[in-house]
Design a protein around this ligand. Structure first.
Ligand SMILES: *[C@@H]1O[C@H](CO)[C@@H](O)[C@H](O)[C@H]1NC(C)=O
Ligand SMILES: *[C@@H]1O[C@H](CO)[C@@H](O)[C@H](O)[C@H]1NC(C)=O
Ligand SMILES: *[C@@H]1O[C@H](CO)[C@@H](O)[C@H](O)[C@H]1NC(C)=O
Ligand SMILES: *[C@@H]1O[C@H](CO)[C@@H](O)[C@H](O)[C@H]1NC(C)=O
Ligand SMILES: *[C@@H]1O[C@H](CO)[C@@H](O)[C@H](O)[C@H]1NC(C)=O
Ligand SMILES: *[C@@H]1O[C@H](CO)[C@@H](O)[C@H](O)[C@H]1NC(C)=O
Ligand SMILES: *[C@@H]1O[C@H](CO)[C@@H](O)[C@H](O)[C@H]1NC(C)=O
Ligand SMILES: *[C@@H]1O[C@H](CO)[C@@H](O)[C@H](O)[C@H]1NC(C)=O
Length: 300
């Protein structure tokens, strides 16, 4: 995950290569799911193998994995009765096609058991979907922990201008996402910041009320300056992720299509005397790979 600049002697290299070969070879045999970008296992409670809780969890996860009815990217299920009741939410990024969403959710149901064996609660995050389950009720509840922060190391050209644009954009997207319905609370958009343009998405789990979504996103937005020693501020890309809401920005388009329906009249843009370069078009998903360059993860 982390780039290493430490020189390696050749025997170590051979070892590493054979190890990689074994890993690759094994994964082709076992159809392994991709790794989560981030995950959290709640160590407060452990269930025992063959317990009712485990049976409920397995049944719930396989319902999620095999569902073919839900086409809006939000899954909320409960199985069993107290004290063995399991509640789960899976959420796809709001711009993801239904087949990709289902396959992501399916992957997540397998991966979460693999990385958090015997845990009463867990939270796993992929680029395009996330999953969380718990023995406590999680529907309509704003969960602020755990928080994951990832950012690109590269700085924007003009921090002041960029942050003004971010602020304007997020105010708009937050209102738009929060006013979404009980199936989707998601918004995308862009805003010019001098010669750069910021593209962003925000999303809440749609079981939250408008007010809950709005305050979850506002809290998260404040973390841009409050978290991580200020290192997220002024970066060309970042992702802030909590179980109940998340946000991401980049200086190029990275989401699928233009789903943002602007309220009329459109809010005033930050004035920019220079003419803007046209945003990169046609291959928006290339930038997903930029996640690999996010070098710092902070779990708080
Ligand atoms: C969930 O499990 C934890 C750990 O076993 C326990 O302390 C807590 O009371 C449980 N909560 C509910 C709602 O069952
Ligand atoms: C649950 O298991 C983990 C190890 O997997 C352990 O560190 C933790 O203390 C256990 N929690 C409880 C409440 O027993
Ligand atoms: C769980 O159940 C399976 C099948 O009934 C059994 O083979 C296995 O030994 C059990 N494991 C534990 C830890 O009880
Ligand atoms: C879910 O993933 C598993 C393992 O990767 C795979 O065997 C299964 O066919 C998938 N199910 C669906 C409905 O895609
Ligand atoms: C983007 O949208 C198009 C059209 O709906 C769809 O075919 C494609 O699979 C989507 N890509 C992703 C990653 O969801
Ligand atoms: C871990 O589980 C306990 C018991 O259900 C719960 O009180 C706590 O909020 C959970 N922690 C997180 C970060 O979800
Ligand atoms: C799941 O979400 C839908 C839509 O928000 C809601 O109608 C339904 O009651 C929820 N189910 C549970 C078990 O909370
Ligand atoms: C950028 O925003 C403008 C208006 O706000 C919109 O027309 C355009 O489609 C957006 N571009 C992308 C890639 O979202």
């Amino acid at each position: 995950m982390y780039a290493s600049t430490v020189p390696m002697d050749s025997s170590k290299l051979v070892l590493l290569l054979s190890f990689s070969y074994i890993l690759l070879h094994q994964s082709s045999l076992t159809a392994a799911q991709p790794n989560f970008i981030n995950y959290y296992c709640n160590n407060t409670g452990n269930y025992t193998t063959n317990s009712t809780y485990q049976r409920n969890l397995n049944s719930l996860l396989s319902s999620l994995a095999s569902d073919t009815q839900i086409d809006y990217g939000f899954y909320n299920l409960s199985v069993g009765e107290f004290p063995d009741r399991v509640n789960a939410i899976a959420l796809c990024r709001g711009d993801v096609a239904v087949d990709i969403c289902r396959s992501c959710v399916n992957d997540s149901t397998h991966k979460i058991l693999e990385v958090c064996p015997n845990k009463m609660g867990a939270f796993g995050v992929y680029a395009l979907c996330m999953i969380r389950y718990s023995n406590r009720s999680i529907f309509g509840v704003v969960d602020e922990q755990p928080s994951f922060y990832r950012w690109n190391l590269q700085n924007v050209l003009d921090v002041t201008l960029f942050n003004q644009a971010l602020q304007t954009l997020f105010a708009r997207l937050r209102a738009k996402a929060a006013s979404g319905n009980s199936l989707k609370k998601f918004a995308t958009g862009n805003q010019s910041a001098g010669v750069e343009t910021v593209y962003a998405i925000v999303q809440c789990t749609p079981d939250l009320s408008e007010g809950q979504c709005s305050s979850c996103l506002l809290d998260l937005f404040r973390m841009i300056t409050n978290c991580c020693g200020g290192n997220v501020r002024g970066k060309i890309g970042a992702k802030l992720i909590r179980p109940s809401c998340n946000l991401r920005w980049e200086t190029g388009p990275f989401f699928n299509g233009t789903l943002e329906i602007l309220p009329s009249p459109p809010p005033p843009q930050i004035s920019s005397p220079t003419s803007l370069p046209a945003p990169a078009q046609g291959r928006p998903w290339i930038l997903i790979n930029s996640l690999l360059h996010f070098d710092f993860d902070v779990l708080i």
